[in-house]
Design a protein around this ligand. Structure first.
Ligand SMILES: Nc1ncnc2c1ncn2[C@@H]1O[C@H](COP(=O)(O)OP(=O)(O)OP(=O)(O)O)[C@@H](O)[C@H]1O
Ligand SMILES: [Mg+2]
Length: 146
């Protein structure tokens, strides 16, 4: 699934609710924000950290949640790693059922402009796009609106 919508509409909250349900079913879940995940992978690629297990989990975990896609400072290395993850997750679905949730503040047009055609094509065709609408719940909480 691809959760897209403005800030404070509950994308992370809903991802976490789904993560809990999946964990309760005895399955594995990995949650990371896109900036941290991509930085970790670059550290692994350039030998700064031994993230072999993390990388293996990113590809093979039952549910991978990539939060805040678009918040990373993108470069060509990260773009290529993101493609690898999205593509490898789609391929690993053939071996066993794995699912991925990506959430982002970017809309489909922004995604097309920001990422490569090969990434956008996969997101647009293989992901269920869920658009979040409404008022910023975070702001409403602070100002006491329901
Ligand atoms: N269904 C809900 N019921 C109660 N509170 C909620 C619900 N969904 C979200 N919230 C609360 O609203 C606030 C914003 O939610 P969340 O952080 O999930 O938004 P977001 O869409 O991920 O925002 P951003 O794009 O800035 O990351 C949080 O404080 C969260 O706890
Ligand atoms: Mg969020």
């Amino acid at each position: 699934m691809l959760f897209t919508g403005n800030t404070g509409l509950g994308k992370t909250f809903l991802s976490n609710c789904i993560a809990k349900e999946i964990l309760d079913m005895g399955k594995t879940v990995l949650y990371q924000t896109a900036p941290i995940m991509l930085d970790n992978i670059l550290d692994y690629r350039f030998g700064k950290s031994d993230y072999t297990e993390l990388y293996d989990n990113i590809i093979n975990v039952d549910l991978l949640i990539i939060d805040d896609l678009g918040a990373e400072s993108l470069n060509s290395f990260k773009l290529s790693e993101l493609f690898n993850i999205i593509n490898a997750r789609l391929l690993s679905q053939n071996k066993h059922v794995t699912k991925t949730i990506i959430s982002t503040n970017l809309n489909m047009n922004n995604l097309m402009d920001t990422y490569s055609e090969r990434i956008f094509s996969r997101l647009a065709s293989y992901y269920n796009v869920c658009r979040f609408f409404g008022e910023d719940i975070r702001i409403n909480k602070v100002f006491g609106k329901k």
